[in-house]
Design a protein around this ligand. Structure first.
Ligand SMILES: O=P(O)(O)OC[C@H]1O[C@H](O)[C@H](O)[C@@H](O)[C@@H]1O
Length: 521
């Protein structure tokens, strides 16, 4: 990035834009919105509350050309091995190519559909012959967050025959133990979702579930009826004891955090029916087509990505807030935390050199109206300069009069907050001064349905990709999570053998306090 001509120009321009208050860009009734928005079927992207003008945008677009963004986009869509540190493609777009699906993708759709239909039609039965009523997804990270986020968001569109869905991910087993008290082993099936099928969080919870089933019956083949496995590692699924007919696959070319479009999305399909799941894929496919074909200036993921780079690397903004104005998107920020920070939280370029510039900002978020009563204070009067994404829907959850009133409140608050952050407020009382000048995007969609959600998630996936190209980093590996896992195994071993030898004094001090309290070691 820093070697491009556009980078030099943007660096020279940046101080002037930092000094210019955002509200002055709107002064004298400047119709900025007309020039700085993109409207495609189903989605409006308003970036008029960003500190950009045509000069900045032209240079950002030039930087995209200098960084060969078009070529990278083609590599992504053609399934080239762009995850170079692991020698793999990152071909999540192939999972939602509903027009020309790969045979292996279609094959998994068929297998998913069989399981979905059997469950919906009460043909899938437990060890006693009773129909399965409850499905528990056991998974973590990419094997949990996408299905959790989508099934929560689309609960209102539930298929009439959908089973009760539950999600369990925490290592401490509290979620699982609490759930097992309520569930009947004879009518519960577990979905063990793990790309690697080696993640200790997931496998330890799956073992606890296995023990629970085994304890409840003498039936020797009970386990065969109560576990579905989803993984890119079929041998491990078989070794663990998942019946062949209840195994779903995906492939090493699907990154964990990009996997909800694969068979990992089984719980989504169980909730919505296969048609609903395909609608999610169709929305993502529409965004893929837009991303691949629209000129960069009219390309939403490209512009969201480039403006994010402008904010991070030139205007020195340090955080990214995600603020959906609909409670159904409760888990959307958590989903993006993994997508963005696990993808672009890197400091090494593709050639192995250390970056000399900042990459992914810290991203966090919450349902907007709730966050207004929590952390917005910092957005309005804190010392951190951040960027915010407001996500709003034209239509609300309930169509009756009260529902419309609540939705209008919601719209009013969303627009009020982005405006307040932009204009700020002067006052003689210093406590009441709002500096304003906080930039934001507003993404407006029609309503929370499978298709629109597919579009929205794919937009962020491609934004992440655009930024990775600008920063010259590989967004598809995650080596940073390995070290902690390795150390945890070592410490677990030491806990079991009462050995704190050679550890740092902080770790030893905490371990000894725990041991003393438990009268151990
Ligand atoms: O699906 P699994 O192989 O069990 O992995 C679950 C998660 O754990 C890992 O540590 C990675 O950081 C995530 O990218 C991944 O989604």
């Amino acid at each position: 990035m820093i070697n491009t001509n556009a980078f030099q120009v943007l660096s020279q321009l940046a101080p002037e834009y930092k000094k210019t208050h955002l509200k002055t860009l709107f002064s004298d009734g400047n119709p900025r919105f007309d020039e700085f928005h993109i409207h495609i079927p189903g989605m409006l992207y308003d970036f008029s509350k960003q500190k950009v003008d045509h000069k900045i945008i032209d240079n950002l677009l030039q930087m995209a050309d200098e960084m060969q963004l078009s070529e990278w986009i083609e590599k992504l869509f053609k399934g080239e091995k762009i995850n170079t540190s692991e020698g793999r493609a990152a071909w999540h777009t192939a999972l939602r190519d509903i027009e020309n699906p790969l045979p292996e993708v279609s094959e998994q759709w068929t297998k998913m559909e069989t399981i979905v239909n059997e469950l919906h039609n009460r043909q899938l039965r437990g060890y006693e012959g009773s129909p399965i009523t409850d499905v528990v997804n056991i998974g973590v990270g990419g094997s949990d967050l996408g299905p959790l986020m989508v099934t929560h968001a689309l609960e209102m569109q539930k298929h009439p025959k959908a089973p009760h869905l539950h999600f369990v991910s925490t290592l401490d087993a509290r979620q699982l133990e609490q759930l097992l008290v309520e569930l009947n082993p004879a009518t519960t099936i577990f979905v063990v979702a793990s790309k690697s099928f080696t993640t200790i969080d997931t496998l330890s919870l799956a073992d606890t579930a296995k023990f629970w089933i085994q304890q409840s019956t003498d039936c020797p083949r009970a386990l065969q009826h109560h576990f579905i496995g989803i993984s890119a590692n079929p041998a491990k699924m078989t070794e663990w004891g998942i019946a062949e007919n209840l195994q779903l696959n995906f492939w090493d070319w699907v990154g964990g955090r990009y996997s909800m479009w694969s068979s990992i999305g089984l719980t989504i399909a169980l909730e919505l029916g296969m048609e609903g799941f395909k609608s999610l894929l169709a929305g993502a496919y529409a965004m893929d087509t837009h991303f691949r074909t629209a000129p960069f200036k009219e390309n939403i993921p490209v512009m969201v990505g480039l403006i994010g780079v402008w904010n991070t690397n030139f205007l020195d903004l340090s955080g990214q807030a995600i603020l959906p104005y609909d409670s159904r998107l409760k888990y959307f920020a958590s989903y993006l935390e993994q997508l963005e920070m696990e993808s672009n939280g890197k400091h090494v370029r593709r050639n192995g050199e250390k970056t000399s510039y900042r990459t992914c900002p810290i991203l966090w978020g919450e349902v907007g109206p709730n966050a207004q009563h929590a952390f917005y204070q910092l957005l309005h009067q804190g010392t951190e300069r951040v960027m915010a994404d407001f996500i709003l829907f034209i239509h609300g959850q309930t169509k009756n009069e009260r529902g419309q009133f609540h939705h209008n409140l919601n719209i009013a608050n969303c627009l009020a907050q982005s405006r307040a952050m932009m204009v700020g407020q002067d006052s003689e009382d210093p406590n009441k001064v709002y500096p304003g000048d906080q930039v934001s995007n507003t993404i407006l969609l029609n309503e929370v349905d499978a298709y629109q959600l597919g579009m929205l998630v794919a937009l962020y996936e491609h934004k992440v990709f655009v930024q990775s190209v600008m920063w010259d980093i590989n967004p598809f590996d995650q080596w940073g999570v390995e070290l902690g896992k390795k150390i945890a195994l070592d410490i677990l071993n030491r806990i079991q053998t009462c050995d704190s030898e050679g550890l740092d004094s902080s770790t030893v001090g905490i371990l000894k306090t725990i041991w003393k309290d438990n009268n151990e070691c």
